[in-house]
Design a protein around this ligand. Sequence first.
Ligand code: GAF
Length: 400
Amino acid sequence: TDAPRDTLRAGTATGDADVRERFRELFDRTADGVWAAPGRVNVIGEHTDYNDGFVLPIALPHTARVAAARRTDGLFRFASTQTSVGSDADIAVVSVDELAPGAVHGWAAYPAGVAWVLLADGHRLTGADVLIDSDVPTGAGLSSSAALECGTGLALNDLFDAGLTDAELARVAQRAENDFVGVPCGILDQTASMRCTAGHALFYDTRAGLAEQVPFDLAAEGLRLLVIDTRVQHALGDGAYASRRAACEAAAEELGVPALRDIGLAELDGALERLQDDERRRRTRHVVTENARVLEFVERLRAGALRDAGDLMVASHASCRDDYEISCAELDLAVEASLAAGALGARMTGGGFGGSAIALVEADAAEAVADAVRAAFAEAGHAAPRVFTAVPSAGATRIA
Ligand code: GAF
């Protein structure tokens, strides 16, 4: 019999052999090892991380694979198969002494930033050759940056016996992005990349640093989670992300709490009355209700009622769109078209302003939902989206 048509296969992650061979060609030496760190989708809990709140990501099968070898002469050489194989000009070279914010630009700032943070923390890094081969879509809100950072962090941790835990490496990666690259992101993406496990969603309390692996076996329940990459490039560095974060911090200060996490659903109305500014009120309402939705989603997951959790995704999207104002026409269309075609729930995921949406669908409806989204995009004159299945995959690990 014919295999069912499946245009929604999960990631294309290859093994370690390719990147090892390319490392040898480029650097004319053998890699000491190969590490892999995944991208992620956040199932629910958006823009809650820097408010000390709750998130629920899964890791994607798409990874950044990092082949690396120690050097002893104080030089770092960073290369990417996406930009630089075979060409010396595209290798970012920086010495331990020169490594400082602003010294490295473009994609190489992410791995270089990780080395800089480790050095700043007193780890004795003496240089390394690093080649990165990633199939995490970039600019798609799927944490391609965190994958680069976490893969590099794990590699350097092993090469120099730094002895850091996954949670510590997530913080190192976040600091690289905050202080070296200059993006004021929270801890969601790096925690997902370091700490997710296959077949689970990671319920993470960003204040307590507590992680719980919640079984998220979509296939066993006859469900699929589609990722719809709108191909609208999102960028967190353009000020909109920072302004959301600033509004939340200002609201928390006005309310006299350390973070918006400290406002529960029961206190929301009172808090909204006390806030003077309408923008702060809407940002606060998003964060408080979104935290509550994460908790409710996890309850339903634990109760084996994932099928009934779609309404929380829909409410999350509306809150991101209307109160937090981080959606865009393509994300809204991806969600609306998915729901109209029978998705159980759908929402934008990640930072917003473009990037990807996710849709929870019955497995046997996946192709029809994907086709409906593609048709709606064509009809609206948008570029064709990239649609694939998100399989909850492993976090960062050494693969060779
Ligand atoms: C981006 C950020 F990097 C995360 O820290 C998080 O704030 C997310 O947007 C929104 O939930 O991915």
